[in-house]
Ligand binder design. Structure first.
Ligand code: NDP
Length: 451
């Protein structure tokens, strides 16, 4: 029996992780959040400590880094860096998105891959965890430039992925257009039409509801959390950040369930529409973002409402907050502002949008706080369903996929309650998600021996 207190255990483990990979703050943050909530459980279950499961889980099974050369429309040559982190394959092939954003580096991809392992486990589908991407910035690039980049990126990545090995999907900067170019190049190189990527177009192997899945799933999860307090989304004022894939469909579902969405944002600023973003205005946002690739400020100009230049939306009064843009977009001060203004629920559409200090504030305030690996697992869950449909060579209807997505989110919520309920009746969803996700992966790793 290990007698170390959990505090010392956490400190020792974090020292170990930091000494192996100094200079990876996002990765340290993601690991710390998990270790903080797992420590007591591990100390009570020393078989995992003896097998050094946690030490194995923070070590990627494989990191692939490669050169991605491409030329722009004027013939200038650019060199980007490509990555794939194959983190853990204990419960299935590596699965996780590709991110194209100038901030991409090993620390960010390792944090995303580490969270992905636990998230995929929570979905109950057979998927390991991985993540990849490039420091390429698709903004202000022509379609041809994006295509040439994607072709160069896939020319190398194709050696490492496959439907039984590693199945990437989209993430920030990688949507339907990029998945199309990546898939085309994979098919050309390998001469095989397989479900090697998810998020494909519905005409060529994609699943209905995949574009909607992360946003819808986050709102389904929020609705389950509210039910525990005999409440619902109907009539609630909702602040959403981001205006990309996840934010758009989170907004669509909130509107459908009778909530009022009052904010959206992008990396330049936020819009505040106190009358609410209705379906018609949301259609404008989708056209603006997905077709014209414009800035959210144009919404403020068109509807003559307030634009918060270079600001995030958390100063606005709201009942529910759905961060759907990027990591660390709610700091402690913003978290305090949210609860002070009456916010009763935060459900994370984005990955690690909340700093650790802000997480502690939400938990100490005992509000409903749904961490990313539970709340946004709907995206990868429907990617898993896309893989199933590809293997079976059939396509399920919209209703069928949506109902499966809903059941998966309800089930994840149940698991969070099972492992996260505290003696005073409060559900710590962070603890619940981390332990539930960990147990399945850890048991599978133990069963498969020292590999
Ligand atoms: P998109 O590229 O479609 O949209 C990203 C949105 O976030 C844009 O509005 C973008 O603004 C904003 N954003 C990106 N970086 C920053 C930044 N540094 N500061 C402020 N705003 C920023 O990506 P997704 O909607 O797919 O992803 C959003 C989040 O959801 C990410 O954290 C992602 O990891 C997570 N996620 C996505 C899943 C999916 O299925 N797509 C699945 C699970 C999680 P701008 O246009 O100005 O850059």
């Amino acid at each position: 029996m290990n007698t170390k207190s959990s505090k010392i255990f956490i400190q020792d483990f974090m020292n170990y992780v930091k000494s192996k990979d100094p200079g990876q703050p996002e990765f340290h943050q993601a690991v710390k959040e998990v270790v903080e909530t797992l420590a007591d459980y591990l100390l009570d279950n020393p078989r995992y400590l003896h097998a050094r499961i946690l030490e194995r889980m923070v070590e990627p099974e494989r990191i692939i880094q490669f050169r991605v050369p491409w030329s722009d429309d004027r013939g200038n040559i650019h060199i980007n860096r490509g990555y794939r982190i194959e983190m853990n394959s204990a419960i299935g092939p590596y699965k996780g998105g590709l991110r194209f954003h100038p901030t991409v580096n090993q620390s960010i991809l390792k944090f995303l891959a580490f969270e992905q392992v636990l998230k995929n486990s929570l979905t109950s589908l057979p998927m390991g965890g991985g993540k990849g991407g490039s420091d390429f910035d698709p903004k202000n690039k022509s379609d041809n430039e994006v295509m040439r980049f994607c072709q160069s990126f896939m020319s190398e990545l194709a050696r490492h992925i496959g439907k039984y090995t590693d199945v990437p999907a989209g993430d920030i900067g990688v949507g339907g257009r990029e998945i199309g170019f990546l898939f085309g190049q994979y098919k050309r190189i390998r001469n095989e039409f397989t479900g090697v990527l998810t998020g494909k177009g519905v005409e060529w192997g994609g699943s209905l509801i995949r574009p909607e899945a992360t946003g819808y799933g986050t709102v389904y999860f929020a609705e389950e959390m509210l039910k525990t307090r005999n409440d619902s989304i109907s009539g609630k004022i909702v602040a959403i950040s981001g205006s990309g894939n996840v934010a758009q469909f989170a907004a669509e579902k909130v509107i459908e369930l009778g909530g009022k969405v009052v904010t959206l944002s992008d990396s330049s600023g936020s819009i505040y529409d106190p009358d609410g973003i209705d379906s018609e205005k949301l259609a404008f946002v989708m056209e603006l973002k997905n077709v014209h690739r414009g800035r959210i400020k144009e919404y403020a100009d068109k509807y003559n409402i307030q634009y918060l230049n270079k600001k995030r939306p958390w100063s606005v009064k709201c009942d529910l907050a759905l961060p759907c843009a990027t990591e660390n977009e709610i700091n402690e001060e913003e978290a305090k502002m949210l609860t002070k203004n009456g916010c009763i629920l935060v459900a994370e559409g984005a990955n690690m949008p909340t700093t650790l200090e802000a997480v502690h504030h939400f938990l100490d305030s005992k509000i409903l706080y749904g961490p990313a690996k539970a709340a946004n697992a709907g995206g990868v869950a429907v990617s898993g369903l896309e893989m199933t449909q590809n293997s079976m060579r059939l396509a399920w209807s919209r209703e069928e996929v949506d109902s499966k997505l809903h059941s998966i989110m309800v089930n994840i919520h149940k698991m969070c309650i099972q492992f996260g309920k505290e003696p005073d009746g409060y559900t710590n969803y962070v603890k619940g998600a981390n332990i539930a996700g960990f147990v399945k992966v850890a048991n599978s790793m133990m069963a498969q021996g020292l590999v």
